[in-house]
Design a protein around this ligand. Structure first.
Ligand SMILES: [Zn+2]
Length: 388
């Protein structure tokens, strides 16, 4: 097993909250009945407040109407990278996955720093006995999912990322676009492999534990272009939940709306709005599911804003709003965070992107009664678990 030297930094920050971020204000050890068994993290790539507003206006004629905007808890996160600059998706996803800010392009290793791997929430939960999943509309080897399940100095090491998925982190669900991921490698690694919507929707989810869905040869198509025989993000999310809900000790699932960013780089409001609405649909499906699984935490946020979008006029339902763009790259704007379920009250005020990691870990501390073999982790999180 690889050493995770840098996790010690997080441990210190947690034991001594003044060491890091808002750790000291993210609330106390939750009572057992307040703990999240299942954790679902939604990341809208490039989805700032104005993208959300534009999609709500287009969908209903009124802003503030996307599914997650009705969540009971809301805050904002700063998205800057380790140098305090504008982030990319790799650095932002690493901050959320590991609680540590890194340089752009870096996937879950300590750079700046000694380059050691940074343990991710997915890896921590896997050790605890939870099942795990990654769902995205980009290539499954793209930066956002990769930061949760691989450790690379550069996000461009796609083949190494794929190898890490199959040989090391082994998420139980991998759904997304293709490229750098071979069906044969997935089969060899013990995955059931599906390649289109019909194959995915007809899975006998009761009997499946490890499924690889490779949908297309690269990033998936935009909603605006039609998906043909490929699944929508909400469908991938629903099937992932149907498989993961059988996990006896719960699960961690990350769902990315990855093409919002691509649309915004092109300053294409039509594509951006439709991608954001489908992202909202995926959250809505999850909220429906969670009504019968209330021991769950749902977080919805973004890695950064893209395009400097401003909504300047509402043209009514089903008509694109008037907008302006300030650039074709990422911006430094804070982005919203929405929380529902067990531990969601930790979402409030102005936070850092690294606080997403803190919120998740503090809402779902390990239960030593359930996992007596995990004493090492228990000692790490001793303030958070039942066993002393
Ligand atoms: Zn981007």
């Amino acid at each position: 097993m690889k050493p995770y030297k840098a996790i010690a930094i997080c441990i210190i920050a947690l034991a001594f909250p003044s060491c890091g971020g808002k750790a000291g204000t993210l609330a106390q050890t939750p009572r057992p009945e307040d703990r999240a068994k299942n954790i679902i993290l939604f990341i809208g790539d490039g989805m700032g407040s104005e993208q959300i507003k534009a999609a709500g206006i287009y969908g209903t004629g009124v802003g503030g109407t996307l599914s997650f905007e009705a969540f009971p808890h809301k805050g904002y996160i700063s998205t800057s990278n380790a140098e305090g600059g504008v982030t990319d998706s790799a650095a932002a996803a690493t901050a959320m996955a590991t609680g540590t800010k890194v340089s752009n392009g870096v996937l879950a290793v300590a750079l700046p720093g000694d380059g050691m791997p940074l343990e991710t929430v997915l890896e921590v939960f896997k050790k605890q006995g939870k099942r795990t999943g990654l769902v995205t509309t980009t290539s499954i080897a793209h930066a956002t999912p990769a930061a949760f399940a691989s450790h690379e100095k550069t996000r461009d090491n796609h083949d190494a990322i794929a190898a890490a998925y199959f040989n090391e982190s082994r998420p139980d669900i991998l759904f997304g676009g293709g490229g750098h991921i071979a069906q044969a490698d997935g089969k060899k690694a013990g995955y059931t492999v599906v390649a289109d919507r019909d194959e995915m929707m007809t899975l006998e989810t009761e009997g499946e534990t490890r499924v690889l869905g490779i949908f297309g040869r690269g990033n998936m198509p935009f909603e605006s272009d039609g998906l043909g025989n490929l699944p929508h993000l909400s469908e991938m999310t629903q099937v992932a939940l149907q498989i993961l809900e059988n996990a006896p000790y719960g699960f961690f699932l990350m769902v990315e709306g990855g093409l919002i960013d691509h649309a915004c780089h092109a300053n294409d409001i039509h594509r951006a709005v439709l991608e954001t609405i489908e992202f909202s649909n995926a959250v809505a499906k999850t909220l429906d599911w969670a009504k019968t699984h209330p021991d769950s935490l749902i977080l919805v946020t973004a890695d950064h804003e893209t395009g400097g979008l401003q909504v300047v006029g509402n043209n009514g339902r089903g008509v694109l709003p008037a907008v302006s763009w300030s650039n074709t790259g990422h911006t430094k704007d804070d982005v919203p965070v929405y929380g529902w379920g067990k531990g969601a009250e930790r979402v409030s005020g102005n936070m850092e992107n690294t606080d997403i990691f803190q919120i998740i870990m503090r809402s779902a501390p390990n239960s030593i009664e359930t996992f007596p073999s995990l004493c090492r982790f228990d000692s790490v999180w001793k303030e958070l678990v039942v066993c002393r």
